[in-house]
Write a protein of this length. Structure first.
Length: 181
C-alpha cells in the first residue's frame, strides 16, 4: 500500500482492491451532490462497479511506466475523494487533471493540499511540461482551485460535456512547469 503523507490530515494513496467498499460508500453518499458536475455516477450501482474502477486505475500504472495516474485522497484516514490525470499525452508531456471530494469533506482545504501535491507529482515525477484543468463554467468551487494556484484561463469549450440531460461548457486552465514554484 503506497501512501504519500501531505500533512497530519491529508494523504494520497494508491488505489487498492481493499478500498472498493469504502470508495463505493463515499460515491453513493455523495451521488446527488456530485451529479451536478460528474457524468459517470449512474454507472456506479454496486461495490463490484468500484472494484472494476479500481482495477482500471491500477492498470494505468503500466501506461506511465510505474507511476499512478490517479490516487485516492485520504482525510484523517478516511477516503475523501480522488485526484488524477484523466489524460496523459506523453509526446507533448501534458496532463489533464481531474478531481472530486465527497460532500462531507468539502470546505476543509483538503483538495487544495491534494491538488498542490499532485501538481508537484506531475511536474517532478512524471516530468510534464503542462498541466490542464477542464471544468464546467458554472462549477465555481472547482474553478477556484486552478485560479488560486496560478493557472491561466485559456478559453472556453462550448458544450464540452453531456451531464445526464444537458450540455455544459468547460473552461480550460493551463499551467506550465516553468510557472510552478
Amino acid at each position: 500500500m503506497l501512501i504519500h503523507k501531505i500533512d497530519d490530515q491529508v494523504s494520497l494513496k494508491l488505489f487498492n482492491m481493499d478500498d472498493a467498499e469504502e470508495f463505493f460508500n463515499l460515491i453513493i453518499s455523495s451521488k446527488e451532490y456530485l451529479k451536478k458536475w460528474l457524468s459517470w455516477l449512474n454507472s456506479i450501482k454496486e461495490v463490484k462497479d468500484t472494484v472494476e474502477t479500481i482495477k482500471s486505475r491500477l492498470g494505468e500504472i503500466e501506461e506511465t511506466g510505474g507511476y499512478p495516474k490517479s490516487v485516492l485522497i485520504l482525510y484523517e484516514g478516511e477516503i475523501a475523494g480522488t485526484i488524477g490525470f484523466n489524460h496523459l499525452n506523453k509526446t507533448n508531456r501534458i496532463g489533464v487533471i481531474g478531481y472530486w471530494l465527497g460532500e462531507e469533506f468539502q470546505g476543509k482545504g483538503i483538495m487544495t493540499r491534494a491538488f498542490k501535491a499532485f501538481i508537484n507529482y506531475g511536474f517532478k515525477e512524471l516530468r510534464l511540461n503542462r498541466i490542464e484543468v477542464r471544468v464546467a463554467v458554472e462549477n465555481k468551487k472547482s474553478r477556484a482551485l486552478p485560479e488560486r494556484l496560478g493557472f491561466t484561463e485559456e478559453g472556453i469549450v462550448r458544450q464540452a460535456e453531456w451531464l445526464y440531460d444537458h450540455y455544459v461548457d468547460h473552461i480550460i486552465y493551463g499551467l506550465l512547469a516553468e510557472e510552478w514554484t
